[in-house]
Ligand binder design. Structure first.
Ligand SMILES: [Fe+2]
Length: 138
């Protein structure tokens, strides 16, 4: 991955709270990207921090997003929740690999997180944004 993950306008889904929280997830992805250049000992401590924050913040963000979906009676909620659960399971895997000092976990986590964010936001979260907009009285 050559480019530092960065949130941009193209990722906006049109729901302010969700967009704000996505920006923060990109910040975490940028942190794991920066860790790739750090030495092993320093990198491992930084990576532990970043993964802990990632687990904590994704749990908060997913709960908020699912709450907004439930309030809007969004029909895609169940499938969407499954996608969130899947991401959390993958991140917990990565956390375990950090614990056992797996040498390639930083690269894997950075790639995986960035890809997941882009794909998930551009398809699933955007679909919810479109749904919210379609129900707004014009
Ligand atoms: Fe989502």
């Amino acid at each position: 991955m050559d480019q530092r993950p960065e949130f941009g306008e193209k990722f906006l889904v049109g729901v302010d709270q969700i967009d704000r929280e996505h920006r923060r997830l990109f910040d975490i992805a940028a942190r794991t990207y920066d860790i790739l250049g750090a030495s092993d000992a320093v990198g491992r401590a930084m990576l532990q921090d970043a993964v802990a924050e990632l687990i904590d913040y994704t749990a908060t963000h997913f709960a908020n997003e699912e709450e907004l979906m439930a309030a809007a009676e969004y029909p895609g909620l169940a499938i969407h929740r499954e996608q969130h659960q899947h991401l959390l399971a993958r991140v917990r895997d990565m956390e375990m690999r950090v614990e056992i000092e797996d040498a390639t976990v930083a690269v894997d986590l950075t790639h995986f997180l960035y890809r997941w964010l882009v794909d998930h936001i551009e398809s699933s979260d955007r679909r919810f944004g479109d749904y919210v907009r379609s129900r707004r009285p014009s």
